[in-house]
Ligand binder design. Structure first.
Ligand SMILES: C[S@@+](CC[C@H](N)C(=O)[O-])C[C@H]1O[C@@H](n2cnc3c(N)ncnc32)[C@H](O)[C@@H]1O
Length: 218
């Protein structure tokens, strides 16, 4: 059933992806560029944005890892945090910058493979990632990138989530948060790839169950 729901959602996302549009979100109007995930349609991002506005404190330095449209970063910056939006997909970097300009909200958007181009990663208060959580390769067997490949697919063994945890721990980032849908195809696998954790908050968006997790030491 979950698999069918995910397939339908994928089809819905692809259908929407051909032209830019503006969407009503909790942060206000949000531009969604072609190829970038719509955080309201996919649900976790919109929920996470509202949660993170309560988590961050003014002047703290946070990364919105895998920023997409920048919805989470915008919410944190609006709450007074100093925010870096990072994404491996250049379209997302452009989208987050455009939304920051639209909202006249200062933030820094960088093209980065996890922390590769995040400025001063040792000086962060925290990082949050609405990570890809579907098990599977980002590329199809013929080698081409699948539609929304890096946005949705975490690798066959959730490598994207494992790497995020390992690199955050290596840099000693004080707070390392991860958002997931509890209705994902293999939620237990995604959680276990993250390692020792505590549940910060559980929520529901429509029928979907969502959760915000924080890394703890073993
Ligand atoms: C599930 S989407 C979340 C998008 C947005 N944060 C939201 O909540 O709507 C995951 C995002 O992570 C990005 N991503 C995937 N691998 C990445 C990596 N190694 N480094 C940085 N960003 C990455 C994808 O391009 C995508 O924008």
């Amino acid at each position: 059933m979950n698999r069918l729901r995910n397939r339908l959602r994928e089809w819905h996302l692809l259908k929407r992806a051909s032209a830019p549009y503006v969407r009503d979100a909790s942060v206000g109007p949000l531009l969604v560029l072609p190829g970038v995930l719509d955080p309201v349609a996919t649900r976790v991002g919109e929920w996470l944005a509202q949660e993170m506005a309560r988590v961050v404190k003014p002047d703290e330095r946070w990364v919105d890892m895998g920023c997409g449209t920048g919805v989470v970063g915008l919410a944190m910056a609006s709450a007074g945090a100093d925010v870096i939006c990072a994404d491996i997909d250049q379209r997302c970097v452009a989208n987050a910058s455009a939304n920051a300009a639209l909202h006249r909200t200062p933030l820094t958007a960088v093209h980065s493979n996890l922390y590769s181009d995040v400025p001063e990663p040792n000086a962060l208060h925290g990082v949050v990632y609405n990570a890809p959580f579907w098990p599977g390769a980002t590329r199809s067997p013929n080698g081409g990138l699948r539609p929304f490949g890096t946005a949705m697919y975490a690798g066959p063994h959730f490598e994207a989530i494992r790497r995020y945890r390992v690199e955050s721990d290596r840099l000693g980032v004080p707070r390392v948060l991860l958002a997931l849908s509890e209705d994902g195809p293999d939620h237990a696998g995604a959680m276990s790839a993250f390692g020792p954790l505590l549940v910060v908050r559980r929520g529901r968006v429509g029928r979907e169950r969502v959760v915000l997790l924080e890394a703890t030491s073993a």
